[in-house]
Design a protein around this ligand. Structure first.
Ligand code: CIR
Length: 252
C-alpha cells in the first residue's frame, strides 16, 4: 500500500471552516500530530510518498479531497472551495506515475472527502462542496470501470466521510443525525456515541482501524463490535475540520 501525504502548511490557521468556530491552531503541534499519523500509516504497512509542500495553501495537508483513486484509474477532483483548487496539479503529477489520470471539469465540483468507497459502490455526498455536475461527471468517468455511483444526502457536517466511514469487510461507522443509516442496508451499522458527533471518520488499513483519541466512547463501541482499533491524537487537525481519512490518498 502506498500513501500519498503532504506536510502541514504553516498557514493552517487560515483554513476553510464551515461548521466549526475558528480556534487558534498551532501549526507546529499539528505537524507533530501529522508526523505521528504518517508513522502509524508506515507501521500498518504503507510506504509514504511525500508530495511537495504547499505552504501558501492552508488546507493542503487534507490531500484526500483532491482525488478519488481506484485500482485502474485516478480521478483528480475540482474541489468545491476555490481556495483549494491550486492543490490539485501536484496531486495529478504524482498520481500519473501510478495510474491513468482523469479530471473533474468545471462546472462540476467534488471533494474526495465526499466519496465513500464500499466494494463496487461509491457513495458520494451531496454536500456544499460537491455538486450534481461533479457527481454526474464522476459517474461518467467510472462507469467503464464497473463502479456504481450513488448520490447520498448528508446534513450538519462538511463531507460524507465526516458522517460515515467504512470498516472493511462489512461495517460502517456513522452518525445517524448526519446520514441516513438505511442507505447502507446490507452492511453492519455501528453508530457513534451521541456525545462524539465527529467520531465517524476512521481509517482502516490491514485490519487495524485508526480512530481519533478525542472519541474514546465511540472507540469502545467499535472495539465491542470486534474491530481492532488504534487511537491517534489529531486534535489540532480537528480544529481545521480535518480527520483521519483526509490526510492521505491510499493506493493499493
Ligand atoms: C476544508 O474545509 O476544506 C478543510 N478545512 C478541511 C478538509 C477536511 N477534509 C476531509 O474531511 N476530507
Amino acid at each position: 500500500m502506498l500513501a500519498l501525504v503532504r506536510e502541514v502548511s504553516p498557514a493552517l490557521g487560515r483554513c476553510e471552516l464551515t461548521h466549526l468556530e475558528r480556534l487558534p491552531i498551532d501549526p507546529a503541534r499539528a505537524a507533530d500530530q501529522h508526523r505521528d499519523y504518517t508513522r502509524a500509516l508506515q507501521t500498518l504497512g504503507c510506504t509514504l510518498e511525500w508530495l511537495p509542500a504547499l505552504p501558501e495553501y492552508p488546507d493542503s495537508v487534507f490531500i484526500e479531497d483532491t482525488a478519488v483513486v481506484l485500482d485502474a484509474i485516478a480521478v483528480v477532483t475540482r474541489p468545491g472551495a476555490s481556495s483549494r483548487r491550486g492543490e490539485t496539479p501536484s496531486v495529478a503529477a504524482a498520481l500519473e506515475r501510478h495510474r491513468r489520470v482523469v479530471h473533474i471539469a468545471a462546472p462540476g465540483s467534488l471533494d474526495g472527502g465526499d466519496v465513500l468507497h464500499v466494494d463496487r459502490t461509491l457513495y458520494v455526498g451531496t454536500s456544499a462542496r460537491t455538486n450534481a455536475q461533479g457527481i454526474a461527471e464522476l459517474e461518467r468517468l467510472l462507469q467503464p470501470h464497473g463502479q456504481r455511483v450513488r448520490a447520498t444526502a448528508l446534513q450538519g457536517c462538511l463531507h460524507l466521510k465526516s458522517a460515515v466511514s467504512f470498516i472493511p469487510p462489512d461495517t460502517v461507522l456513522l452518525n445517524p443525525a448526519w446520514v441516513d443509516p438505511t442507505v447502507f442496508a446490507g452492511l453492519r451499522v455501528v453508530a457513534v456515541d451521541e456525545r462524539e458527533p465527529y467520531a465517524a471518520n476512521t481509517l482502516t488499513i490491514g485490519g487495524t482501524t485508526l480512530i481519533s483519541a478525542a472519541y474514546p466512547r465511540t472507540r469502545q463501541r467499535v472495539e465491542a463490535a470486534g474491530v481492532r482499533t488504534q487511537a491517534l491524537d489529531v486534535g489540532e487537525l480537528h480544529k481545521a475540520e480535518g480527520a483521519l481519512t483526509c490526510m492521505s490518498l491510499l493506493l493499493e
